[in-house]
Design a binder for this molecule. Sequence first.
Ligand SMILES: Cc1ncc(COP(=O)(O)O)c(C=O)c1O
Length: 384
Amino acid sequence: MIGFIVKISNKIAEVVILIPINKPILGNEEKEAVLRVLESGVLTNASAEGGPFVRTFEKELASFMGAKDAIVVNSGTAALQVSLLAMNIKPGDEVVVPSFTFAATAGAVLLIGAKPVFVDIDLNTYNIDPEAFRKAITNKTKAVIPVDLYGLPAKIDEIREIAERQGIVVIEDACQAQGASYKGRMAGTLGDVGCLSFYPGKVMTTGEGGAIITNDQELADRLRMIRTHGQIKGYDSKLLGGNFRMPEMEAAIGIVQLKKLPKFLEARAKNARILMEHLNKAPLILPQVPENIVHNWYLFTVRFTSEKIRDSVREKLLKEGIGATVYYPTPVHKLPYYTSLKYGNIQLPNTEMASKTVLSLPVNPLVEIKDLEKMSKIIFDVLS
Ligand SMILES: Cc1ncc(COP(=O)(O)O)c(C=O)c1O
């Protein structure tokens, strides 16, 4: 049981979360995998190709993704940063991003000295609005980062068509969407490169970790070098890079988690289906999944008619131990650091509306049918 001090509306309350929104699911196989690395005495490898566990994880991940290559790194943020560097995005270049996302999407752009340009979302999917992207393009625009928010792939065909016409690189932020798909292709393979995160709350974890997915062999070679100081064998830097390497222990956990992932995703899909049926007649907006798209149900996010109603539903769920969470209460362009950069006055009405009215409900593999029934009953009680 986890005790949390949370701010609900304007009140501070302590709540015990019995059903968290997400949590890592780890067993003996992960423990044994870590021990195998410790016994080998090889904890990392600073060459471009990485150590044996990294290489195996990459091979199995590429095969899971249906892609030619996967390059693992030490976080999803690193995956974005390394991708931007490998794509030659430079200080002064503009990169179009949604503001309705985790701060890492825009932060990675700033970290390499480029300028994030925030655009609005489409309220049906909570993902970047392709038309808003088109309108934001200037002669400085070099990349776009569509985010597959909550685990639902963005409108990639429209985005790619606009980007390709203008020579703009598409870096897919699939950090929340591993296992989702779009017209039969995996989220993470939909852009020129795709980024995944293995943070503990994600659909699978390595502790901290991330990956870059690509079908371009020459780009894969560059990505591998950038993750380790631009080196190939060691002490031979040919490109500017950094230490973005995934340690061997994380890769060993990743190999085990990846094998379990299909079962995790199945359980999420089942829980989402049940919750969808329970809430079908509730006065709220359910997640919309367009045809030909498979959601990975990292987050099951509903929308209410007002902030007040959303907050009262959340308060009641939290009091009952259900970790209903708002992703994201503050759009990135309104976070303190971004307002200090004078982003605060941009008008993004759909983003603002979503941040005030959305609520994510737990459907992770540990959630049971009785929990879903309890959640639904609380929601109906508050709304009636
Ligand atoms: C949309 C999005 N982008 C990027 C990241 C960054 O991933 P990480 O936390 O592994 O650095 C996350 C994860 O939290 C995310 O949700």
